[in-house]
Design a protein around this ligand. Structure first.
Ligand SMILES: Cc1ncc(C[n+]2csc(CCOP(=O)(O)OP(=O)(O)O)c2C)c(N)n1
Length: 540
């Protein structure tokens, strides 16, 4: 007899899912067991939110939905963060949790939450797995996650339903309705773009989250053959080589944002290739006359006025057959130079004492010393805070899919979990997580998961004993410093407590050599780097 749990597990395995992330409760033990029998590994984590984040990164890197499995009640409630993150950051995530059985007495309210109602607004599909639908619902949920823009689905399975014999109701044709996107003719769209470029002296291509990174080679060839200035949003860092001469910077609220906003305003043509305002914390996306080239509607089903809905690969192929209508001689060179100089320009912080003398490292040195030793395929994840702005703007991403941050949601406690998902999906790539000491204290315990699951990576904890981004915002609003500092929790000891080696340094050379050694040996390492929060002032 095939139970509903077995049918669910088999449907997941049949869709190519080999790994599920989660944290159990009694109500999902039967499904976990069926997953094991179906050859689907369960990565046991320390918090459901972390499991969901790891799953989503793992899924997007493998071009399949990440799957997170939790118990009912509190476990299911902890899915709000990863589902919100995946919804806004276009990551494919299927969340499954237990639920109280429908046939429990109506007076039974223990751990009962209106889970479908809670998650429906941020998922494409929120439904119950039943004995009658398991075989068709799971594929529908997977297809819903993988419909562009990638998104989320949420399923519940009660412990009673899990044990029922699954009905042989193969529902033919049960597939998610793909959003019907009518694409414009790519050759005509390319011609229209060429015409606009012919009239433009300062064009700026801005590539966003809505581009499939499978198009990286095409877009690289186009901007480099035509010598077009190009910027990216944080979630697609690496789609173009950020060390190339025509790279202008990262747009969308990172460090040096005022400079990037000035560059955008100075452009006479902004080409939004897959640009999704979900990543932008200012309003320039609604104010500048952007030539939008989207493949699918943006998050929230939004299609800006005047958008060309086109197949990106086809339009880039059509552009490759065209000649550049004119030459552009680095119209943003002044902005590019200012941006480069910012990282090296160590304006002393208010304390007036520089770096190592008062036991801190200039944040720019952290980026530069790591960039010197990390190979181009290194995957970098960040948490949320000042360090995210720093790495988001200045980490020189060179290959697609090598940079991961929470941006549409901007939720803390992302970086370390994302590193676990990334390392499990790409075991051969070095992985570096850059996190603040605030974020590290939210999920540092997942270092133990990483060790146990065989996912070694290097964690850099930027220790400034504060929620520094919020502290800087307090300053910006001329408020009294109030409750944004905290006492240190020793990150090195935290690492050691989880079975991971740790060290603390303020020397860029020691940071670089320790990171390189850990990467070369395939070992986990936590490097705690004291920084002065005030040093970020000159970078933002
Ligand atoms: C879950 C969550 N809670 C609160 C915030 C608001 N927030 C944004 S950045 C930040 C400070 C982060 O501090 P830390 O991790 O130490 O990084 P730093 O800013 O010092 O680099 C806070 C509290 C958030 N984005 N996400």
């Amino acid at each position: 007899m095939t139970t509903t749990a077995a049918a669910t597990a088999q449907a997941l395995a049949g869709a190519g899912i080999t790994r599920v992330f989660g944290l159990p409760g009694g109500e999902i033990l039967v499904l976990m067991d069926e997953l094991r029998r179906a050859g689907v590994d369960f990565v046991l984590m320390r918090h459901e939110a972390n499991a969901g984040i790891a799953a989503a990164v793992h899924g997007k890197l493998r071009r399949e939905p990440g799957v997170v499995l939790t118990t009912l009640g509190p476990g299911a409630a902890n899915l709000m963060l990863p589902l919100s993150n995946a919804y806004l950051d276009q990551e494919p995530l299927l969340a499954i949790s237990a639920q109280i059985p429908d046939d429990f007495p109506p007076t039974h309210t223990h751990q009962l939450l209106p889970l479908h109602d809670v998650y429906r607004p941020i998922t494409r599909l929120a439904e119950k797995i039943t004995a009658l639908n398991a075989d068709s619902l799971v594929p529908r949920a997977i297809a819903a996650c993988m419909t562009r823009p990638f998104g989320t689905a949420y399923l519940t399975l009660s412990a009673r339903e899990a044990l029922k014999p699954a009905g042989a109701f193969a529902s033919a044709g049960a597939r998610a309705r793909a959003t019907a996107v009518h694409h414009a003719d790519a050759a005509a769209a390319a011609k229209r773009l060429v015409e606009r470029l012919a009239a433009s002296a300062r064009p700026l291509v801005v590539i966003g989250l809505g581009i499939d990174t499978g198009n990286a080679a095409r877009i690289r060839r186009w901007v480099s053959d035509w010598n077009l200035p190009v910027a990216v949003t944080p979630k697609v860092k690496g789609i173009v080589d950020e060390t190339s001469a025509n790279f202008v910077g990262v747009a969308g609220g990172m460090a040096a944002d005022n400079l990037l906003c000035d560059a955008l305003a100075a452009a006479d043509l902004v080409i939004g290739f897959g640009l999704d305002p979900v990543e932008i914390d200012k309003t320039w996306h609604a104010e500048l006359p952007i030539h939008w080239l989207l493949e699918a509607p943006n998050v929230g089903e939004i299609v800006p006025t005047g958008t060309e809905l086109v197949d990106h690969a086809q339009v880039l192929d059509a552009l490759a057959r065209e000649r550049p209508p004119r030459a552009w001689e680095a119209p943003f060179r002044t902005f590019q130079k200012k941006r480069r100089d910012m990282l090296a320009d160590r304006t002393p912080s208010l304390s007036g004492v520089e770096g190592e003398q008062h036991g801190t490292m200039w944040p720019g040195d952290i980026v530069q010393s790591l960039a010197d030793v990390c190979p181009p395929q290194t995957i970098v994840t960040t948490d949320v805070g000042s360090h995210k702005y720093l790495f988001g703007q200045f980490w020189p991403s060179r290959e697609p899919d090598t940079f991961w941050m929470s941006n549409g949601l901007s939720g803390m406690a992302y970086g370390l979990s994302a590193a676990i998902g990334a390392k499990l999906a790409r075991p051969d790539a070095p992985v570096v997580a850059a996190v603040g000491d605030g974020g590290f204290s939210m999920n540092g315990q997942e270092l133990e998961t990483a060790e146990r699951a065989g996912a070694p990576f290097v964690t850099i904890v930027l220790e400034d004993r504060s929620y520094s981004l919020i502290k800087l915002s307090q300053e910006g609003r001329k408020l009294e410093p109030y409750r944004t500092d905290f006492n240190p929790i020793d990150s090195v000891k935290m690492a050691e407590a989880c079975g991971v080696e740790g060290l603390r340094t303020t020397s860029p050379d020691e940071l670089a050599s320790a990171a390189k050694r850990a990467i070369d040996r395939g070992r986990s390492l936590v490097i705690a780097v004291p920084v002065d929060y005030a040093d970020y002032r000159s970078l933002f």
